[in-house]
Design a protein around this ligand. Structure first.
Ligand code: GDP
Length: 444
């Protein structure tokens, strides 16, 4: 699921990397690629249009974050817009103040309703609830037995019409199910209803009658994510015919393009509450728009990294450092501050590991270790403020003292100081060449 979409979005966004500035033409080209990727993933056209318009507007607008480079900003915008079309905040199940709460399931035959009833029951039971399953699908042969089987597997009770009475009245079964729940102290009732192979009026009427009889707290529209564009049509039919308060996507484990997931919420205006991703009762969880979006973007934890960078970033401090850089006046004190700012974001190996493609660079990453940075930090901390500002004044005996004080060898102190001089010289040369500032600062 989402693999193709994910690959396309990732390569489109990766091609932006390394660009210092994005022109309107860059943004238009990126938007075009994203549009194709979404259409190929079977996302409904109106949803694609709105999505692209938002991306363009925001990417071209003055929405600048000093902590991020232009490519990261576009990734951030695409991610936020994906989260938004998937529903924004995670929507939790709304339970009634006075139990029993009633959850009614509606959807086409084969969408996974009966399986879902078992999954939901197990999930609720694990949270300490005592659900009762009510079998109102009296149309499909075996639907009642199937519900009883999943109920048993989930360890919950099932209320079903007595066998042998011919096809009963689903509305009557639903009412009696609720009475049974009150009587036997179940706090949640899950009502499974009949589906058809296609949308038809009779089906809608029956579901609406059950709805009127049980007054559900939640009506969940269950939709097979593999049916692509049809998901949108079916969702609209159920919205108009029965109405629902939330959506459950099933078969997200299937090899489909995923457009349904991205369209249903936007088209119906109702949130996705749960996602099913397998045939086992445990293959089920709350739907989190943010997690789904990062899965679609396939960018590892780059998004987390972007967030952490924004949080750890100190605008003022960075501007000061940048100003000093351009005049070649950087001191070891500034170097230490910058290092500390980066390290606020977490262990350096973790940070690098969050970058896309990091998987292939494991060996190199293993060499960047926090201990090494700890040593550099310790050396700089062992210096006096005057020495940090101008390491030239650190003579041989001071180097010895600093090494002992910070638990390193004299050679490590020498290395750091020499590398610092080299770096500063390079910056001064660059500052001279590009005409930044006065190229001031003490010469070494
Ligand atoms: P209903 O007619 O709506 O009650 O649908 P069922 O619950 O009988 O499910 C139809 C088929 O889809 C069954 O074979 C289920 O095992 C299968 N199914 C349900 N949910 C999932 C899922 O999330 N992933 C996969 N792969 N199969 C599922």
């Amino acid at each position: 699921m989402f693999d193709t979409l994910s690959d396309r979005l990732t390569s489109t966004l990766q091609s932006l990397r390394g660009k210092g500035k994005l022109t309107d033409a860059d943004i238009d080209a990126t938007a075009r690629e994203i549009r194709i990727a979404l259409l190929e993933a079977d996302v409904a056209l109106p949803v694609v249009r709105q999505f692209i318009a938002q991306i363009k507007q925001r990417a071209k607008g003055a929405e600048v974050s000093a902590a991020l480079n232009p490519a990261q900003q576009v990734i951030k915008i695409v991610n936020e817009e994906l989260v938004a079309i998937l529903g924004g905040e995670t929507r939790r199940l709304a339970l009634a103040k006075n139990p029993p709460s009633v959850i009614m399931l509606a959807g086409l035959q084969g969408s996974g309703k009966t399986t879902l009833a078992g999954k939901l029951a197990l999930w609720l039971r694990k949270q300490g609830h005592a659900p009762l399953l009510v079998a109102c699908d009296l149309q499909r042969p075996n639907a009642v037995t199937q519900l009883q089987v999943v109920g048993e597997r989930a360890g919950v009770a099932t209320f079903a019409p007595e066998p042998g009475n011919g096809v009963g009245d689903p509305v009557d079964v639903a009412r009696r199910g609720i009475d049974e729940a009150k009587h036997a102290q179940h706090d949640i009732v899950i009502v499974d209803t009949a589906g058809r192979l296609g949308v038809d009026e009779e089906l809608m009427r029956q579901a609406a009658d059950i709805r009127d009889a049980v007054q559900p707290d939640e009506t969940l529209f269950v939709v097979d994510a593999m049916i692509g564009q049809d998901a949108v049509v079916t969702a609209e039919a159920f919205r108009d015919g029965v109405g629902f308060t939330g959506v459950v996507l099933t078969k997200l484990d299937g090899d489909a393009r995923g457009g349904a997931a991205l369209s249903v919420r936007q088209v119906t205006g109702q949130p996705i509450l749960f996602a099913s991703n397998g045939e086992k009762l445990e293959d089920f969880d709350t739907f989190h728009p943010d997690r789904m979006a990062s899965r679609i973007l396939g960018m590892g934890d780059l998004l987390t990294l972007i967030e952490q960078a924004e949080q750890a970033f100190d605008q003022e401090q960075a501007e000061k450092a940048a100003a000093k850089l351009t005049t070649g006046q950087l001191t070891l004190e500034d170097f230490l501050e910058q290092m500390l700012a980066v390290r606020k974001m977490g262990p350096i190996g973790n940070l690098l590991g969050m970058l896309p493609g990091a998987g292939q660079m494991k060996d190199q990453l293993a060499q960047v270790d926090d201990k090494q940075l700890d040593r550099l930090q310790a050396i700089i901390r062992g210096m006096t403020p005057a020495e940090r500002a101008d390491p030239k004044i650190i003579n041989g005996s001071r180097r010895q003292r600093i090494a002992v004080g910070s638990g390193v060898t004299v050679r490590e102190v020498n290395d750091l100081v020499n590398r610092f001089f080299e770096a500063r010289k390079m910056m001064q040369q660059m500052a001279g060449r590009f005409g930044f500032g006065g190229g001031g600062g003490s010469k070494s």
